[in-house]
Write a protein that binds this ligand. Sequence first.
Ligand code: ADQ
Length: 487
Amino acid sequence: SRRQASSSSQQRLVVVSNRVPVPGVGASKAGGLTVALEGALKRSGGLWFGWSGETVENPTDQAKVVQSGNITFAVLDLSQRDYDEYYAGFANRALWPVCHYRLDLVQIERQELNGYFRVNRAFAASLAPLLRPDDVIWVHDYHFIPLAAELRRLGFKNRMGFFLHIPWPPSDVASALPAYQQLLHGFGAYDLVGFHTPQDAENFQRCLVRENIGSAIGTGEHQINDHKVRIGAFPVGIDTESFARAAASAERNALVHRTKASLGDRDLIIGVDRLDYSKGLKQRIEAFSCFVRSNPDFRNRVTYIQITPKSRSDVPEYQRMQREIAEQAGWTNGSLGEVDWTPVRYVNRTVGHAALAGLYRMSRIGLVTPLRDGMNLVAKEFVAAQQPDDPGVLILSRFAGAAHELDGAVLVNPYDTEACATAIARALRMPLEERRERWESMMVRLRTNTVDAWCQNFLNSLGDALEPQISPDPESNRVPNADAAPA
Ligand code: ADQ
């Protein structure tokens, strides 16, 4: 077959992502995902290529290379114009809102669109001299959809896979993207295109069908000219055991300790999200205040902490939202609070991994209510961090990819304020036995579908044999609970 299965471990893994955690450069803000990919690369050795995170006046087209152990990091700087058009522009003002079903927030600028394709072409050209014929290339996320097409144009025949970390909407929504056809053709240059949920994968394949791009061979396989593209769901996981361990030992963490002391005997409700309109913060604060108003017996007995680092502050839609959310948190406290009770503690901070795990663990409720989310790792981290004999309750939006897997959560429609308020009251009153049952069922999933398993599944499916000792288990590529639509 075209994808000849090599059982050698000669093949090198090349990861491409917008941000690259080059050791010793910048603050270590490694999220779950960079840790996971780092894990995969460390095992097999390989190359990690992407943006340096820097903008400079005259960027060169030659990547800066840093060797660390068996991983080679190679990064490019961007000019201010490239950054504005490719990153802050097309990626975050067109692709991000469309993929999160927010057509009201889409900004379409020809120049930004051109910048996006130009930067992808430039990245491909700079990656080209670093590539070997046997390399397996794994491209991540919406910043780099056209990368494979650009590499193919330069003659590369390597196996290439793409994983989208954000949702893919139905074609009526997706087709609001400019250069829609060109973007879809861009996906078609990969051998495998992965999404978090079967629903996203299905949406995507329907887009190809409706635009008459190639033809479906079956569900999850598409023939485009003489090229076969596989399309599948690969729900990302976390390092469950290590997160649980971090949570268990976090009692010694100073911030966790101080927070606990500051709460007195109040119950803690926690939200942790980047400040992003997809996370449903406005609706969430509204639901919390509806809960307090309709459950006066809980006044002064709960505290809602929302930890929300600012992100993409140079994108105008984010600046507007940052003001709105801050105002709303202030309003809520002004109207509901007491001299000795602040109902909402809203902080724009990044919190260390260990402290975060400890804060999740002492919470009665994790509020994860995005309006739309590819997966949402906070939901998984919250569950992994719970105390097995007295776990808290996860309240989860049905519009998070995680809702496909975490059937033990209390699933909510984040737009329905009163229903969310009721869910909060219900979670606070939930008997221990029910909490345990729900938690156990979620942990079963989280213990199997770890981030390592996710990497393995994707790479196995890409038909590569980087780690031949792991036998490809056909069941492991099945999406658990694939048929169960979120309630
Ligand atoms: P994000 O939109 O960033 O990711 P999420 O999956 O929740 O959303 O991951 C956020 C990560 O950042 C988590 O590991 C969380 O712990 C951490 N984080 C958030 N707030 C923090 C804070 N205040 N301090 C410290 N850490 C914080 C995108 C997609 C998601 C998808 C992931 C991975 O939007 O849907 O799950 O990629 O594919």
